[in-house]
Design a protein around this ligand. Structure first.
Ligand SMILES: NC(=O)c1ccc[n+]([C@@H]2O[C@H](COP(=O)([O-])OP(=O)(O)OC[C@H]3O[C@@H](n4cnc5c(N)ncnc54)[C@H](OP(=O)(O)O)[C@@H]3O)[C@@H](O)[C@H]2O)c1
Length: 484
């Protein structure tokens, strides 16, 4: 193994550097920080570890733990930062390089965080800052991290920071009661970090493009399993009436996505002059066809056809769009059913932030049947305090400023301006608007992203998630029909 030379002066002051991220300041850790953490936090056990790390100061709690921590930390190459949230100077945790092997050009990281701030992506941000510093300034080549296997939240932080799960280290850690615990081992190499650097530094952007790729891959694997088990794959039939170019491009995208996921897809194109009767008869025949698992009629339909009647005619268990009154009722009653694709994608994006929805103030702007209302119901089901705004709402700014989660589904370019956004809010932009030939959302993205803890872009946000959710729905319909 080649020995990489590391700038000795840089190495010496690794832990004395202050690092700045978007929402955090990482400054050298002081013993007073350990005391503050101990006094303020709910997570006393973890903090006890920090306190006992200072060997002669406060050891009454855990003699055994002390021995362990001294052995782990009695190392001149251990550096620790205190993490302060910039908005209120709150100490939210500490992050450290617990071993530093200059010969191998490798470091090992660990962290401790205040439970009351979990789920906001703050630890990921701190992790990325230290990884970035170690790779790009100190120029080391490999970083390891380990955590108790029973703490999946830590694993999520590491994975989000771009670290790769390497395996389980069996019984590698003795806790304070002497029980041996397994540790999960994570690694990131400098060359891999470069690849994901852009993604990580833009960590408050929820990329629907990336998230939908993951979902589509999962659907593909699911379809392969179904084929193995049943000898069949889900089959989606899309009906397009007329030749509206926007509708044609939507259905083409849906078809392609189906085929890529290993499903069968059929596009039935009908002339604009098709009668309502003929269209209903076609749907009926597809309802009865055991080879069809999902039926989607692309909206809008010509004026002479009653859209509601068409939606009601599709069999509930083949209604991949989730527009059938029984599926709509299921959403409102909080019962299982097929969720409409866009709201389902929105909830998946919210869940991807690992933020607890329960108790949050959510504002949904827009009350359409396909987006606003169902999103509001799904947020309510997860115990958010939900407000729905619409064109007659008089105090939109006031409501928006209270929103921890804001979903804009209006169709008016940049109508949500930065002065309407609560610091740290999660912003989901459903709107699709064309301004000077460019697609923009309902939220002023550039200004808003500075205040948001998470934000979805347009394009590349909710749009790709809608198609991914449609694929999930088709698989769900298949399972419902085939297991009946
Ligand atoms: N990316 C995707 O997959 C996807 C999917 C669906 C929709 N979209 C986009 O999302 C947007 C909304 O779609 P939609 O079908 O829900 O639209 P919609 O049926 O036209 O509903 C728009 C809603 O916005 C409200 N509104 C209008 N002006 C307002 C204002 N000044 N302040 C507050 N609320 C206002 C309306 O209120 P009233 O009810 O009082 O009229 C209505 O409830 C569109 O841009 C659409 O293209 C995107």
């Amino acid at each position: 193994m080649s020995i990489v030379s590391i700038d000795a002066a840089l190495l010496r002051d690794v832990g004395t550097r202050t690092l700045q991220t978007k929402r955090l300041t990482l400054r050298p850790f002081r013993y007073a920080d350990a005391q503050a953490m101990y006094e303020n936090w709910a997570c006393k056990r973890a903090v006890t570890e920090y306190v006992t790390w200072q060997p002669h100061q406060r050891v009454e709690e855990t003699e055994a733990l002390l021995d362990h921590w001294v052995s782990l930390y009695d190392n001149p190459h251990t550096y620790r930062w205190a993490i302060e949230r910039q908005s209120d100077q709150r100490l939210i945790g500490s992050i450290d390089v617990v071993r530093f092997d200059s010969a191998l050009s490798a470091a090992e990281m660990g962290y401790c965080s205040d439970p009351s701030t979990w789920g906001q992506g703050l630890m990921t941000e701190a992790f990325v800052a230290v990884i970035d510093y170690l790779f790009n300034t100190v120029r080391i080549r490999r970083i390891h991290a380990r955590h108790d296997i029973r703490n999946p939240a830590s694993g999520r932080v590491m994975a989000k920071a771009g670290m790769r799960f390497e395996g389980v280290l069996s019984a590698s850690f003795a806790d304070k009661d002497g029980y041996l615990r397994d540790m999960a081992h994570y690694v990131i190499l400098r060359e891999d970090y470069k690849k994901t650097y852009k993604e990580m530094t833009m960590s408050n952007i929820i990329s629907g493009k990336e998230l939908s790729k993951t979902i589509r891959q999962e659907v593909k694997e699911d379809v392969a399993k179904l084929l193995e088990q049943t000898g069949r794959v889900p089959h989606l039939v899309v009906i397009l009436v007329g030749d509206d170019p926007a509708s044609l491009s939507y259905v083409t995208a849906k078809e392609k996505a189906c085929v890529k996921a290993g499903m069968k897809s059929t596009l039935l194109r009908k002339d604009e002059s098709i009668t309502e009767e003929a269209l209903l008869a076609l749907i009926q025949s597809l309802n009865d066809d055991p080879d069809v698992h999902g039926i989607l009629v692309q909206l809008p339909l010509p004026n002479h056809i009653d859209e509601n009647l068409v939606i009601e005619t599709i069999k509930q268990e083949k209604d991949v769009d989730g527009f059938h009154p029984l599926n709509v009722a299921a959403v409102h009653l909080g019962l299982p059913g097929i969720l409409p694709a866009t709201p389902k994608g929105i909830m998946t994006m919210l869940h991807s932030t690992n933020t607890e929805i329960k108790g949050k103030n959510a504002l949904v702007i827009g009350r359409s049947n396909i987006v606003g209302k169902p999103v509001a119901m799904l947020l309510l089901k997860e115990h958010a305090t939900v407000t729905i705004a619409h064109s007659r709402t008089v105090n939109l700014k006031e409501l928006a400023l209270q929103a921890d989660i804001l979903v804009a589904a209006v169709g008016r370019a940049n109508m949500v301006t930065p002065d309407m956004i609560k610091e740290g809010a999660i912003l989901i932009d459903v709107g699709v608007n064309r301004v000077d030939g460019k697609l923009v959302g309902d939220i002023d993205f550039e200004g808003a992203k500075e205040k948001a803890s998470f934000i979805t872009p347009v394009p590349g946000g909710v749009g790709p998630m809608t198609i991914a959710s449609l694929l999930q729905n088709t698989v769900e319909c298949f399972k419902m029909i085939e297991t009946k």
